[in-house]
Design a protein around this ligand. Structure first.
Ligand code: VG1
Ligand code: CO
Length: 624
């Protein structure tokens, strides 16, 4: 794409707290050396005096440390297999997490993996999307954090704090399985965001995984000394459950828990990024109708304060605005399948002009115009193209743009998962980025941000219509996207998901594809397509040089068409096969074709080339 590395001027937020102004940095271009954004470790937001004194005891449960006024117990535990984090945190069925010590082990392993100076007596943020088991999990996490010497926990009221809001507060724990469904039979998950609020890199998550398995080693050494030390321990504070329903501070000796309003700071941050006055002027027009579907997930807590109270939307423009533990039996994934109700509203006769939805933890988004769906790949491109003129945060231009590898053939810069964007942002190389999986965001925080994307789109539409008088036809979402295609060409894109396949078949298929790719050579014919190259994507982080391999098998053809195969890293059971299909079309007369029609020959090739049906037994994808 034309935007790949147009690095112009830059400006970076200095830190999260109330942004009076956005700091302007002198012109920086790609490749220059510059100072990374100063990392603010999540546990160092405020300092709390050191009061923990370690003591030893062999009584059971053993008292191992005595912060002023509270007792800390040592609970014995054994290693638990399978706690490896995937694309974004650890996700399992809620029943798995409810097994004895399952969550506690992982949290303890995490503290065992961090340098003590990063958390001892420091402040930790705890948030979540309101799903089933978060209440119990919050209490477990609070007690283990206290047991390990954290000085203070900031927790969202009722345990609610969206992924973007936690990132904005420079990181911590997020209790969420994101877009996966919730409830006793469904999914639970936990993410850990580190440093400047970005998802923990693999160097940390690998260490945590190692520690979940190495409880044994500790116990073997311990055997030689004492019967009690042979058992690995979870350090847990002996304090009562904390009331998370009201804001305020509860003190337990030197440790404290502060229940915070989940919305205000995050809202303030977004006010410093966008021109709220401009957006308000659009939303209050009688000839513009807006609707937002919170899918009974975390953005329910943000939608009214943001869209209604600040931006003047009518209260009935918010659908499913109350966060529920089971998302109202829904699947909080903002796409054409799971946000079908919203799609029906926008495609109905005389539907609204603008519709949006967000996922479980508020980091994904879907944007719709009247009878028009904006693909996430187009969304990030359109935002990037219009950012400078419509969004004050980008008034001096954008520093850089990136898409995850499956999102577009143009960049091929980062693998799948937001964790790979954080370093580029900290290094001042990246302003706007997106994933085909309904994730869009910028360097105002270190996560994708659903509400940010909605505000970005509203800003663009508002900007384009700001001089339109009442009665004049407004420039619509569809107009903006079509104009974009006419200028840059259209990338037809589709993703096929095959959920919960049997792992063995899925793994065999990937192995087969790897082998096919490694044997292939430029010029090989695949029907009417001529191969440019095929490989298994490896990503080298340009900032710290870390390398991740096996990120997706790619077949790229001479006309720029691509087929990519990878296994999901966010499922809670079995294997999910993802097939990404993309084809570039410069000819504007073909831009109105349906993507499935335009991509039919390539989709057929993708299925035959992989022998997907033979390996997985699946006739049809699960969605899309
Ligand atoms: C999926 C998406 C990926 C996204 C990840 C986390 O991963 O494809 O683009 O970053 O989910 O998003 P996978 O490995 O299942 O393809 V979220 O909103 O679940 O934190
Ligand atoms: Co999410």
């Amino acid at each position: 794409m034309a935007f790949s590395s147009s690095m112009i001027n830059s400006f970076i937020l200095s830190s999260f707290k109330p942004q009076q102004s956005i700091l302007s940095f002198p012109s920086i271009s790609y490749g220059d050396s510059f100072k990374p954004r100063k990392p603010l470790l999540p546990f160092r937001i405020r300092s709390v005096p050191t009061l923990i004194r370690a003591t030893s005891s062999s009584s059971f449960p053993a008292t191992i440390a005595e912060p002023e006024g509270i007792k800390i117990n040592s609970i014995p535990s054994k290693p638990i297999k399978g706690q490896k984090t995937g694309t974004s945190g650890l996700r399992k069925k809620v029943k798995v997490f409810m097994q004895e010590n399952y969550l506690a082990n992982w949290i303890q392993a995490l503290f065992n993996s961090l340098p003590p100076e990063d958390y001892k007596n420091g402040v930790l943020v705890l948030g979540g999307d309101g799903r089933y088991f978060n209440r119990e999990a919050a209490q477990i996490i609070i007690k283990i954090a206290a047991g390990n010497g954290v000085g203070k926990i900031l927790v969202g009221q009722e345990g609610i704090l969206s992924t973007p809001a936690v990132s904005a507060a420079n990181g911590g724990f997020i209790m969420s399985a994101s877009h996966n469904p919730g409830g006793p039979e469904y999914d639970w998950g936990i993410k850990f965001n580190y440093s400047s609020g970005q998802p923990a890199p693999e160097s940390i998550t690998d260490k945590i995984y190692g520690n979940t398995l190495s409880f044994n080693e500790i116990s073997i050494i311990g055997l030689r000394y004492s019967a009690f030390m042979q058992i690995s321990e979870i350090k847990i504070a002996d304090i009562p459950d904390v009331d998370l329903s009201k804001t305020g501070v509860t003190k337990f000796g030197s440790f404290s828990v502060e229940v915070i309003d989940p919305v205000s700071d995050y809202l303030e941050l977004l006010e410093s990024v966008f021109d709220f006055q401009l957006i308000r002027s659009l939303i209050s027009r009688p000839d513009f109708r807006f609707t937002f579907d919170a899918m009974h997930a975390v953005t329910g807590a943000y939608a009214k304060p943001m869209f209604v109270d600040k931006l003047g939307a009518s209260p009935d423009s918010i659908a499913n605005g109350i966060p529920l533990e089971d998302f109202g039996h829904g699947h909080p994934d903002p796409n054409l399948t799971y946000a079908k109700d919203l799609v029906n509203i926008l495609y109905a006769e005389n539907g609204p002009d603008f519709g949006a939805a967000s996922d479980g933890d508020g980091d994904r988004n879907m944007i719709l115009g009247r009878r028009f769906f904006v693909t996430p790949s187009d969304s990030v491109a359109v935002i990037a193209a219009n950012a400078r003129e419509a969004i004050p945060y980008f008034k001096d231009g954008v520093k850089g743009l990136a898409r995850s590898m499956p999102t577009s053939g143009a960049l091929d810069r980062v693998p799948t998962g937001w964790k790979f964007f954080g370093n580029l942002m900290d290094a001042g190389k990246l302003s706007v980025c997106g994933e085909e999986s309904f994730g869009t965001g910028s360097d105002h925080i270190r996560e994708k941000d659903g509400i940010w994307a909605v505000l970005a789109w509203l800003s663009i539409i508002a900007h384009r219509n700001k001089d339109k008088k009442a009665g004049e036809k407004l420039i619509s979402v569809a107009d903006v996207v079509k104009e974009h295609w006419a200028t840059y060409g259209r990338n037809f894109f589709s993703r096929y998901d095959y959920e919960e396949c049997e792992s063995e078949g899925a793994n065999k298929m990937v192995a087969y594809l790897r082998e096919t790719a490694s044997k292939s050579k430029t010029g090989d014919k695949y029907g009417s397509y001529v191969l440019q190259f095929a490989d298994d994507f490896t990503y080298t982080d340009p900032v710290d040089g870390s390398v991740v391999s096996k990120q997706g098998v790619r077949f790229v053809f001479s006309d720029g068409s691509r087929i990519i195969y990878r296994l999901s890293g966010t499922g809670s059971a079995g294997a999910t096969v993802r097939v990404y299909i993309e084809q570039f079309e410069p000819d504007a007369s073909k831009h109105d074709l349906d993507a499935q029609v335009a991509l039919k020959p390539l989709i057929d090739l993708a299925l035959s080339l992989s022998k997907l049906k033979d390996f997985t037994g699946r006739e049809k994808p699960t969605e899309y």
